[in-house]
Design a protein around this ligand. Structure first.
Ligand code: OGA
Ligand code: MN
Length: 234
């Protein structure tokens, strides 16, 4: 009896469903597993990014972006020395936000299917860093209270000129690797493991819009299921 062809004999057929974004998604998986981070240029289409930017700019004009604090609920405190950005949480009420949240739901589904992460929900906020603003070195989650598992940051700056601060700096886990500087270009999505990757935003000389988001585990307390994140007070 003839043995079935093994992998090395197999012919690779053109797969019409195999698109550019699948290639990037596969790279994202490999990179998240190996290094804990990935930077995905043009991850979200221009029209969606443009609409998100316009919404963020409207929030700014209407004074709805608020100084961000650190920690939740009672632990919430403003800390000028650590971060200076202004934020507004997305509530998913506009078609623009729904388009973005649908993309993130798809990403959540694929991460769960491929990496068994058990991601339960996604929370995110617009952020604006104005000249002089920064966010010092930090982790987005700590192991003892961990329920933020994967961080995403979508950048919304169509006219970004590099080399004037405002970069995301990723401190790679491997000791011999230099820090990675990420310019916040329009449509780029940075993705990293919230508990593992130390990172910061360098003081910026130009206004910088983004959406920071986190895929979370369900934080069960007894038999009570975690409420949706927009119900929590920040
Ligand atoms: C954050 C954060 C990085 C960035 O919001 O926690 O680290 O590049 N943002 O905006
Ligand atoms: Mn962070």
């Amino acid at each position: 009896m003839q043995s079935p062809a093994n992998d090395s004999d197999a012919t690779v057929l053109f797969d019409p469903t195999y698109t550019e974004s699948d290639v990037s998604f596969n790279q994202l998986l490999d990179s998240l597993v190996e290094k804990g981070w990935y930077v995905w240029p043009n991850a979200i289409e221009t029209e969606v990014c443009q609409a998100l930017l316009e919404e963020a700019q409207e929030h700014q004009q209407e004074g709805k972006l608020q100084r961000a604090g650190i920690g939740r609920g009672d632990e919430h405190q403003l800390n000028n020395d650590i971060r200076r950005d202004k934020i507004k949480w997305l509530d998913g009420k506009t078609p623009t936000q729904q388009a973005y949240l649908a993309k993130m739901a798809d990403l959540q589904f694929r991460l769960n299917r491929e990496l068994f992460l058990g991601l339960f929900e996604y929370e995110c906020h617009y952020a604006l860093y104005q000249p002089g603003d920064f966010y010092k070195k930090h982790y987005d989650s700590f192991r003892d209270q961990a329920n933020r598992i994967v961080t995403t940051v979508l950048y919304l700056n169509p006219e970004w000129s590099p080399g004037k601060g405002g970069e995301l700096v990723i401190y790679a886990n491997e000791e011999d690797t230099k820090p990675i500087l990420v310019s916040p270009y329009f449509g780029t999505l940075a993705v990293f493991m919230s508990e593992e990757i130390l990172h910061e935003v360098l003081p910026t000389q130009q206004s910088r819009f983004s959406i920071s988001g986190w895929f979370r585990l369900n934080n069960m307390q007894g038999s009570q299921v975690d409420p949706p994140s927009q119900l929590l007070t920040y």
